[in-house]
Design a binder for this molecule. Structure first.
Ligand SMILES: Cc1ncc(COP(=O)(O)O)c(C=O)c1O
Length: 412
């Protein structure tokens, strides 16, 4: 069965918008995606039907409690964990700051942590500041500039009995390359370190299974996978139970609420459940039967296969443009090691010039370091200018990729 791209696009009202007759080409997806109508409807519905705080005896508070429970269940299905291991908050960065504060006080001065030169600042700065606050030693793990991944040998060289934490990403938000997280996690765990995985860029383009990875924590953001602006942190139950959360004295010590400070964003949580139900819808359209997880697996598999066609055309088109440098895997027999987030620089035009020129044609892309601050530094790219980042999602079309390539060629 071919990928039902027209049916998929029909779910997303923003894709039909035009400006002075020009269609919008959304290739800014690595920074945030559009949402299906069913998510918009779920958010509106919650504002009307479950707009109350939690824990009371009346109708709306009961409905709000159900919304919160449903969102945790949905994300457990999405990530492969259990509902009480799902912590929902404002965004990945806030959740990581929160967890870094909690973890920091379990470490001793002189303990070591490993952060990478491949990560987004949301998975670097919180750990650097934790290290500063608690007197920890920071070890930096570079990525390999030929494979574009974190290599096991490089990690092994940094591990020792004092290593307490490895924070690494599943996929880079600049180069797009995917790390072999299960293998790297096993290495770090062999010295007893905790592993915190940033799956923000991977989750929109691959199936996450926290149990297969063997990590301790995994964070993602639903606005990158067609949902509302929220962050989600999965943590291993035994660890979450053991950890002392930063929380109000009178709030519960139960999971996951002890890590969910304050009032939840009820209406967005309703949208989050429906985001996962969108995957369920897509999976069933593609013939899946059985559980919601089974439908998610099918949806993700089929979406990746479709996206790979877009990625192949985008990369081959960019490769053909003189003066363009692609910072990431370009060899098509390694496309399974990357997501369709493609960053380029040009030998004459600046990233801002290119992005502005694309915007004139209503092609939306990002320019700059995109918070992949360490990546641009390692690559020797000027931090002030960065790259042009073009990122496809499963709702884009080959025609849009062609329009983007034409616009880039014109900009150069
Ligand atoms: C790889 C990666 N990690 C972390 C983040 C930060 O996510 P949030 O905006 O939810 O804090 C981003 C956002 O772009 C990202 O791409």
């Amino acid at each position: 069965m071919s990928f039902p791209i027209q049916e998929v696009r029909a779910q997303f009202p923003a894709l039909a918008l035009t400006d002075e007759g020009k269609a919008r080409v959304y290739l800014d997806n690595p920074a945030g995606t559009q949402v299906p109508q069913m998510v918009v409807d779920a958010v509106s519905h919650a504002f009307v039907h479950s707009n109350a705080n939690l824990g009371g005896f009346f109708k709306t508070t009961e409905a709000a409690g159900q919304v919160v429970l449903d969102a945790h269940r949905a994300m457990a299905d999405f990530l492969g964990g259990s509902e009480d291991e799902i912590i929902i908050g404002a965004n990945m960065t806030s959740l990581t700051y929160h967890m870094s504060r909690t973890l920091g006080r379990t470490f001793q001065a002189g303990d070591e942590i490993i952060v990478t030169r491949m990560d987004h600042e949301g998975d670097v700065s919180p750990w650097l500041q934790m290290a500063e606050d608690f007197g920890l030693v920071v070890r930096w793990l570079p990525f390999n500039e030929e494979t574009w991944q974190i290599e096991e040998e490089a990690l092994v060289g940094l591990l020792n009995s004092r290593t307490k934490l490895l924070a690494l990403n599943y996929a880079s938000n600049l180069t797009g390359s995917i790390n072999e997280v299960a293998k790297l996690t096993a290495r770090a765990k062999s010295v007893g370190a905790l592993v915190y995985v940033d799956a923000v860029q991977f989750a929109p383009h691959g199936l996450v299974d926290v149990n297969e990875l063997g990590c301790d924590f995994l964070a993602c953001s639903s606005y990158k996978f067609f949902g509302p602006h929220l962050g989600i942190l999965w943590g291993r139950r035994e660890l979450l139970l053991e950890l002392e959360a930063y929380k109000c004295r009178c709030s519960t010590t139960q999971l996951p609420e002890k890590f969910e400070t304050g009032t939840p964003q009820i209406e967005l949580l309703a949208g989050l459940t429906t985001t996962v139900d969108y995957y369920d819808w897509l999976g069933r359209e593609m013939g899946a039967v059985g559980s919601r997880r089974a439908a998610i697996v099918e949806a993700v598999d089929r979406a990746i296969a479709y996206e790979n066609v877009l990625m192949a055309r985008l990369i081959s088109g960019l490769k053909a443009l003189p003066g363009v440098n692609i910072h990431g895997i370009t060899n098509d027999n390694r496309f399974s090691d990357r997501v369709p987030t493609v960053s380029i620089t040009h030998d004459k035009k600046t990233p801002d010039e290119i992005a502005k020129s694309l915007s004139d044609k209503n092609v939306f892309v990002w320019s700059g370091h995109n918070y992949a601050f360490e990546v641009v530094r390692q690559l020797g790219i000027d931090e002030d200018t960065g790259v042009v980042r073009i990122g496809a999602a499963h709702y884009n079309t080959l025609e849009e990729i062609e329009a983007c390539l034409e616009a880039v060629a014109a900009a150069l």
